[in-house]
Ligand binder design. Structure first.
Ligand code: FE2
Ligand code: FE2
Length: 410
């Protein structure tokens, strides 16, 4: 397939693209394209550079041959975006200055995800025999970076350049990139599938990696200043891109033999929700700076509701029932909520419970930080930012109640 699908990034003709870029794209479309393609350029350079430790860690000669072809693909993708950004968008003078010039466009989420890719692959270079580490590298590289982020971005880029009839040279290159990427992702699914089938430790390691990285991945497509016109100027929305990324990611996780709800962060979502609903919910949390950013949370009534619903889904149900009453939240800066055991599980409700077994007093911001693992609940307790009220028999159950990876600080 690789030999049949070979193409040339240097042979693409960008003459019409130069004209379109100058005369047919609106200033906002140019900003939006630059913002998005800058992440592709830096991403392709990074994946070309970080795949060799994975190649060194696989044993099979066929796998090694495949990964060698993938390194060539990623280098070619880098050349493609580098040419476009310089020759069409006029950014930089050579590959190195073009890479440097786009750094300002990288989002906080992007920097976190790719920082982790550098760390994990550097560690794998030192310990190529570690199967759990190899599983984490593939879980990040092929599932998050390629299977979620690149796949979603490519889908919307291809859709708008096709419907607007713009940038023909770029369109041809993107179609080639997308075909290469689907080959890479299919290989990654197969490779991780084999690793987790042979070894539970590899499975747990992949899940732990996703727990750490998914909140950052949610912040990759945060537009500058939360300005959603960066997507809307091309006829799509940010929640749509989040929904597409989630769907693509979960499909691959399932194909690798892991149930997506084994990833606690994904289990915090209602089982019946569609991907479109989940994209909307995720965007609400990102927009209110609850996750995907290192800005201070700015919770609204809606994001607070989502946070409490998620808490009810991840709380340890037998422990919650053993308390003999609801858990009450008294927010210093927001409406009260409580979580109560109902027939089929736990449910978050707005308002005060008649006889709570345990009361948690804190600010909405602090609770948002704890839920998204951005701060350590023990430190918040010590600092008095959280106070717990209730009988000692109930208080001692608190760690078990929230003994959940989502709520455990990293
Ligand atoms: Fe690529
Ligand atoms: Fe790729």
């Amino acid at each position: 397939m690789w030999e049949e699908g070979n193409w040339s990034a240097t042979a693409l003709n960008f003459e019409a693209d130069v004209e379109h870029w100058r005369a047919r794209l609106t200033p906002r479309q140019r900003d939006a394209a630059l913002w998005n393609y800058a992440m592709f350029l830096v991403g392709e350079e990074a994946v070309a550079r970080t795949l060799s430790p994975i190649l060194d860690a696989v044993d099979d000669h066929d796998d090694q041959a495949f990964l060698a072809t993938q390194i060539v693909d990623e280098a070619r993708h880098h050349v493609f975006f580098d040419r476009f950004l310089r020759e069409v968008a006029g950014v930089g003078e050579d590959p190195s200055s073009t890479l440097t010039a786009v750094q300002d466009h990288l989002t906080w989420g992007f920097r976190q995800v790719f920082g982790e890719l550098d760390r994990i692959t550097a560690e794998l270079r030192r310990r190529p025999r570690d199967r759990a580490l190899l599983a984490q590298a593939v879980a990040l590289y092929h599932f998050v970076v390629e299977g979620m982020l690149a796949t979603a971005s490519q889908h919307f880029i291809q859709r708008y350049i096709r419907s607007l009839g713009l940038l023909p040279g770029f369109a041809e290159g993107m179609a080639r990139v997308a075909r290469d990427e689907s080959r890479h992702v299919a290989f990654g699914v197969w490779l991780l599938g084999g690793l987790v089938q042979r070894d539970d430790e590899a499975r747990d390691a992949a899940i732990a990696l996703w727990e750490r990285v998914l909140p950052w991945a949610a912040g990759v497509f945060v537009p500058p200043g939360m300005d959603t016109s960066y997507a809307e100027c091309f006829g799509f929305t940010i929640p749509e891109i989040l929904a597409f990324g989630l769907r693509s990611f979960e499909t691959k996780v399932r194909r690798a033999g892991i149930e997506p709800r084994a990833v606690p962060l994904l289990a915090a979502e209602p089982e019946a929700a569609t991907f479109e609903e989940r994209g909307e919910r995720l965007w609400t949390l990102v927009r209110d700076r609850i996750l995907g950013t290192d800005d201070d949370p700015e919770p609204t009534e809606r994001s607070l509701e989502l946070i409490l619903e998620a808490a009810a889904r991840v709380m340890h149900e037998p422990t919650a029932r053993s308390l003999g009453g609801p858990v009450q939240w008294e927010f210093r800066d927001g409406p009260p909520y409580h979580v109560v055991a109902v027939g089929s599980g736990l449910e978050a409700r707005r308002g005060r419970a008649a006889a709570p077994a345990l009361t948690i007093e804190c600010s909405v911001r602090d609770w948002a930080r704890i839920v998204m693992r951005r701060s350590d609940p023990r430190l918040a307790l010590l600092a008095g930012r959280i106070r717990i009220h209730g009988p000692i028999q109930a208080k001692v159950k608190l760690p078990r109640l929230f003994d959940h990876p989502v709520l455990r600080p990293h």
